[in-house]
Ligand binder design. Sequence first.
Ligand code: TYD
Ligand code: MG
Length: 453
Amino acid sequence: MSKARTKFVCQNCGMETPAYYGRCPQCGTWGSMVETVEARGPARERRERGMPATRPARLSEVTSAEERRKVVPIGEFNRVLGGGLVPGSLVLLGGDPGVGKSTLLLQVAGLLAPSAGPVVYVSAEESTQQIKLRADRLGITADDLYLLSETNLEAALDAVDPVKPGLLIVDSIQTVYLDDLTSAAGSVSQVRECTARLMQYAKPRHLPVFIVGHVTKEGAIAGPRVLEHMVDAVLYLEGERYHQYRVLRAVKNRFGSTDEVGVFAMTGDGMQEVANPSEAFLQERSPDTHGSAVGVTLEGTRPILVEVQALTSNSAFGLPRRTANGFDNNRLQMLVAVLSKRVGLGLGSQDIYVNIVGGLRIAEPAADLAVVTAIASSYRERPVDPNTVVIGEVGLSGELRSVNQIERRLNEASKLGFARAVVPAPGGRRQLPKVSGIEVIPAASAAEAIEMA
Ligand code: TYD
Ligand code: MG
């Protein structure tokens, strides 16, 4: 096959040039020119690859992919995928380096190999010996698992082809490259063209592909969103490197919901499913200490109990520090302002640290009250009742706002043995939720809720 021609396209205005410019000659944006493979005509492309021509099909003729989903024998993973792997789908697994992406996918590969047909694990980062070492450690013995260490994507696909795999894993998209492009592996053009090449390879073969992507410093997977719109599903593996727990979250999924999360624990022998995350997150709680409150957050359809810790201490410098781990920093600033102004706590000269135990990241406002309560408890040096959970969003005037699916959350708290719950007072026609085994205490404002807890 002849070398494909490339061109440079401005990502801002779409100007195309045969050579690279540091500044787009048309719109004047700096650093916006990205190298792209010039598309050969689709018909020619197909002929070259010996594929049949396409034709439109009737809706009734198209078989549903639903029945052909490959169920991953890891429940938490399967849930996030929306019920299994869809043939021909490209799934991007992103995450910080060292979070456990390779480990998790190798486990998936090992478990799927016997049922899904051969699985090929292409690594551009590690040698086959290194992967083998890891597989031994994970206790993977599947004979139908093939390992390939290769950075040239075209060469890798040529090598993969005779195996006729049922699943392909490419680790990682930032380290493979296409010969056609002059730019280095990991550049926006390489990452994008490699993904396009994988898509072109996978779709006609109905081959599901996992692509590993490292999150860059800015929090995006190599080049802002260059991949997200190309692949069928984007999963992120989150978690603090030195914490045990990892949360797998779907941020895009063409075949399922994006609300579901899977919880794993990184152990000596790989990633283990955590079937009951609430219990796991509350395991190390020491009741009767100040600055700790338990809230209930909803991850998809699943309520999860989390412990929020806070520490306030006299600030040594003029400008007090506010630091949050697992919680939005701006939201924390806002809650501190509410506590100072509406609840009357003198937090102006206090350093405030907030930590969500277990390395979970919470984006839901329903956890506000837990954060506020933990801070107040630390500041006043009074412990929160260990059998109480607090649920509610805190508004700017210190009012407590209702949250969705309160019954579900209360049920989960009740299951784990909590006896009291402080919840937003129902406004107008809404009734207080009734859940067996748990006393529900309504509060109208954050100040009131803190007193009750
Ligand atoms: P890895 O899967 O290589 O991360 P990524 O591919 O996302 O960069 O995971 C690396 C970390 O996981 C490393 O610090 C060691 C740890 N680990 C375990 O704790 N237990 C295990 O069984 C394995 C294989 C790795
Ligand atoms: Mg890796």
